[in-house]
Design a protein around this ligand. Structure first.
Ligand code: G6P
Length: 607
């Protein structure tokens, strides 16, 4: 949801800004721009569309010389993706340029006020009010002007600012939008995400809400709103440049699908000790659990579907009631959440606005919050009472794959941990720990067992509409499988609980209608099989995903995808893999922009 980047150093700024924007392009990609400062002032260059266009327009930065600057890649919220609405925006006096990630909720009253004071607006964006406010409040000290400006703003913002009176300096502010400073040698940086920094430095300073930074080529200073300089810890980014690059794969999505065995290993292995699940992150949670009566899982998109699948394991092994609620719904529900509720918040990015709001609402009602997050230092990770990182490494493709399966693996681990901690009767935790440890291998097998998936994609890609069906955990997988298909291939894909078809949806089944039947849960294979037969009788073409060796489905289905046999409680992480591959190859057949699907963004920081 928009990416910002800033550079000040001894070398040229534009190539670094363009390179950083390429790394951030997954956050939004409908327009882009840079502003570079040199002795003759600020030089702005903008394009609609992708960073590649900006590279072309600036001759890879050669046309915008200067050693400090800011850049932006946009996911439009206020105003169409035009060049006028693209960032950076300039003040009327030309002294300031700014880039912004976030939303200014009170922009329209500020816009009216600024217009009445004579400021001229060039764009329809909420952002432009910020640069005019800075100009209005500027009396020779940029930081003071920024504090006065941000006091007037409601909403979320990570801001990057340059000013012609301060050559070689870049300014940054954070409020409810991610912002990280990169500390180099003779060069300093800021960015929305560490992926834009790792090629230049592994030393990072995570900014907190309400903090203001001033960077020159050899100093990095952070202040609070009173002007007090803060001592900030410099953290080491633990992964390298290759982790954020395609490594020979055509798309990040395919690379990330293939990385899942390794990603799950990284999530699981450090937390299994002596045949037990050990969460160092949850030291005082056992005491809290004594007062917990229920768990509520909240999240958005795939993270929510991970919660839907994980609920089965948590209830079965922990024997605690688990509710799942979409974050965008929970926040307006007057939810039955109190100090006896453990809220599990799931988010790859840790920055999803609805999830943050649901979490704050639940906290205000007394809930204890446990977050499952991938991005270190993200807002959700910081706000939660406890955070379990998934350690999946950077996920760049907009459609999540390893993010989802590592979230599932944490939920599985939690379910065993609950059984251990609460002493749930009749649960052989050792059996489940072994099952958990086998997941990376089973996922690898489920990749290897489906060499025909690209061929199947050729068979199914031209259908405009697909149904996904399944029961229990298979249904949870059908939900995520259909979402993957919609997100990247733009086919209409709908998931239904298989037993629910006959209550209406079966009316839509006609000759050649593709139905993807998820049928891996051994306990329920016969039940789902009868639903497959029902749709087949009405002419449907059935692609069944099932366990290898399942002889019952083979003669009935038109086409087959396989996974190795796996206990139903932890099977979703294995089942989803062929469906991820199917969505990937269907999208490829249809010529879609797989890593950057239209209208989507990886991190949705607006409501
Ligand atoms: C966006 C992405 C989805 C993702 C959802 C939640 O909609 O396109 O792929 O599942 O946000 O993101 P989070 O970072 O909170 O897991």
């Amino acid at each position: 949801m928009c990416g910002i980047v800033g550079f000040t150093g001894t070398g040229e700024a534009a190539p670094v800004l363009l390179d950083g924007l390429k790394k951030l392009e997954y956050r939004g990609y409908d327009s882009a721009g840079i502003a570079v400062m040199n002795d003759s002032g600020i030089n702005v260059s903008k394009v609609t569309g992708r960073i590649a266009g900006l590279c072309e327009k600036t001759d890879n930065g050669a046309k915008t010389p200067g050693t400090s600057g800011i850049g932006h890649t946009r996911w439009a919220t206020h105003g169409a993706p035009t060049e006028e609405n693209a960032h950076p925006h300039l003040s009327n006096d030309g002294k300031f340029a700014i880039v912004h990630n976030g939303i200014i909720e009170n922009f329209s009253s500020l816009r009216e006020e600024l217009k009445s004071r004579g400021y001229v607006f060039e764009s329809e964006t909420d952002t432009e009010v910020i640069v005019h406010l800075i100009e209005m409040y500027y009396k020779g000290n940029v930081r003071e002007a920024l504090v006065k400006t941000t006091n007037r703003l409601r909403g979320s913002y990570a801001l990057g600012v340059i000013c012609t009176d301060e050559p070689g300096k870049i300014f940054a502010v954070r409020e409810s939008s991610p912002l990280i400073l990169g500390v180099g040698v003779g060069d300093n940086y800021f960015a929305s995400d560490v992926t834009a920094l790792v090629a230049y430095t592994r030393n990072a300073v995570y900014m907190e809400d309400g903090e203001y930074a001033e960077l020159t080529n050899d100093t990095v200073k952070v202040y609070d709103c009173t002007g007090q300089e803060l001592e900030k810890e410099v953290s080491r980014i633990t992964w390298d440049v290759q982790a954020a690059e395609k490594g020979g794969y055509e798309h990040f999505m395919l690379k990330e699908i293939m990385e899942q065995p390794a990603a799950l290993k990284a999530t699981i292995e450090p937390r299994v000790r002596d045949g037990k699940i050990v969460f160092d992150e949850l030291k005082d949670l056992p005491d809290v659990l004594k007062n917990i009566r229920k768990i509520v899982i909240t999240a958005c998109g795939s993270a929510y579907y991970a919660g839907c699948a994980g609920k089965y394991a948590l209830e079965s092994l922990g024997r605690i009631p688990v509710e799942t609620e979409l974050a965008s719904e929970l926040r307006y529900n007057n939810p039955l959440i109190d100090e006896h509720t453990l809220l599990i918040v799931i988010s790859q990015s840790g920055e999803t606005a609805d999830t943050i709001a649901a979490m704050k609402e639940s906290k205000s009602r007394g809930a204890h919050v446990l977050a499952i997050v991938n991005v270190v230092g993200s807002t959700i990770a910081k706000l939660a009472d406890h955070t379990i990182y998934t350690w999946a490494g950077p996920e760049i493709a907009v459609a999540t794959t390893k993010g989802y399966t590592t979230q599932l693996s944490v939920l599985y681990m939690l379910s065993i941990w609950f059984a251990q901690t609460l002493g749930t009767k009749d649960v052989d935790t050792g059996y489940y720990v072994n099952l958990l440890k086998s997941l990376p291998r089973l996922i690898q097998q489920s990749i290897d067992m489906n060499p025909s998936v690209s061929g199947l994609a050729r068979k199914y890609h031209s259908n405009r509409s697909l149904f996904f069906i399944g029961r229990n955990t298979d249904y949870a997988v059908a939900l995520e499988g259909a979402l993957k298909m919609k997100e990247i291939s733009y086919l209409h894909a709908e998931s239904y609980a298989a037993g629910e078809l006959k209550h209406g949806t079966i009316a839509l089944i006609e000759e050649h209608q593709p139905v993807i039947a998820v049928c891996c849960n051994e306990r329920l294979i016969e039940k789902t099989l009868s639903n497959i037969i029902e749709v087949k009788a009405r002419g449907a073409k059935v692609l069944a995903l099932t366990i290898s060796g399942n002889k019952k489905i083979v003669p009935v289905a038109d086409d087959l995808l396989f996974i190795p046999p796996v206990d139903e409680l932890f099977s979703a992480a294995v089942e989803i893999v062929p469906l991820q591959l199917l969505a990937y190859y269907v999208a490829k057949e249809n010529g879609c922009d797989i890593d950057k699907p239209k209208n989507l963004a990886k991190s949705v920081t607006v409501e």
